[in-house]
Design a protein around this ligand. Structure first.
Ligand SMILES: O=C1O[C@H](COP(=O)(O)O)[C@@H](O)[C@H](O)[C@H]1O
Length: 247
């Protein structure tokens, strides 16, 4: 049963508890999707925070609880670097999750960063369309993080992609990084059956407050764009990150 996009806040005292809470949701959603349709599609987040989640999912405590051969992995965003680069979201996910679980290459859909960013984004849009075929491209789960500037995926403040109505992937130049990224657009992310943010640490408290409590201002707080049209919206937070969210 799907719920609407009213955010459901899951606040835990410790980061360990946050990770277990989200890993348990992953298990539940994977079981639901594989039972209903024989596969589970997930868009992974990047950066630093999700590494611990991926390591937990690959640990003995969780690896037997998911039918990994029925899980298909995509990336919510990617840095415009080679797949071997230490900044690559694909590399991080491979090292923490995909390689330890021996996920077959056919189950992993990475952004081809060997291409120029616009071409990589166009190709990734096509890859996603091909995976879903005639159906709407609705991921079963989108995992997201939150930057301390309120960006999510690579939807950065004051970038044109924030107003992109396309359902697909887009190349974006991020002035504050002086770099290109490839990101799924908000309309595509919002088609998901479930979206879950993973945010922890006191350095994220102000951003969490802005996104959840401030008046809508997506130019400044892009994560406010995330509101699944017909799906669940979860925020997994530790107390430090959630500290200002009740105000
Ligand atoms: O650059 C990125 O940042 C956000 C947040 O990352 P974190 O390390 O601060 O948790 C992440 O969600 C995104 O996927 C990533 O590419």
């Amino acid at each position: 049963m799907e719920r609407n996009s009213q955010p459901e806040l899951h606040v835990f005292a410790t980061v360990e508890e946050v990770l277990h809470g989200l890993a348990d949701l992953f298990v539940e959603l994977a079981a639901r999707a594989t039972a209903a349709q024989g596969r589970f599609s997930v868009a992974l987040s990047g950066g630093g925070s999700p590494k611990k989640l991926y390591e937990l999912l690959a640990s003995p405590a969780y690896r037997a609880r998911v039918r990994w051969e029925q899980v298909y992995f995509f990336f919510g965003d990617e840095r415009n670097v080679p797949a071997t680069d230490s900044q690559s979201n694909f590399r991080m996910a491979t090292e923490a999750l995909l390689a330890p679980l021996h996920i077959a290459p056919a189950q992993v859909f990475a952004v081809n960063t060997a291409l120029p960013p616009d071409e990589a984004a166009a190709e990734y849009t096509q890859t996603i369309q091909d995976f879903f075929g005639e159906a709407e491209p609705r991921f079963d789960l989108v995992l997201l993080g939150l930057g301390d500037n309120s960006h999510t995926a690579s939807l950065f403040p004051h970038t044109a992609v924030l107003h992109d109505a396309t359902v697909g992937a887009r190349a974006v130049f991020v002035p504050e990084l002086d770099a290109h990224r490839i990101t799924l657009t908000a309309p595509l992310l919002n088609l998901a059956h479930a979206v879950a943010f993973l945010v922890y640490g006191a350095d994220k408290a102000a951003a969490v407050h802005h996104v959840l409590r401030d008046a809508r201002n997506v130019e400044q707080f892009p994560a406010q764009l995330i509101a699944p049209r017909n799906g669940e919206l979860h925020w997994f937070l530790d107390e430090a990150a959630a500290e200002l969210a009740s105000n």
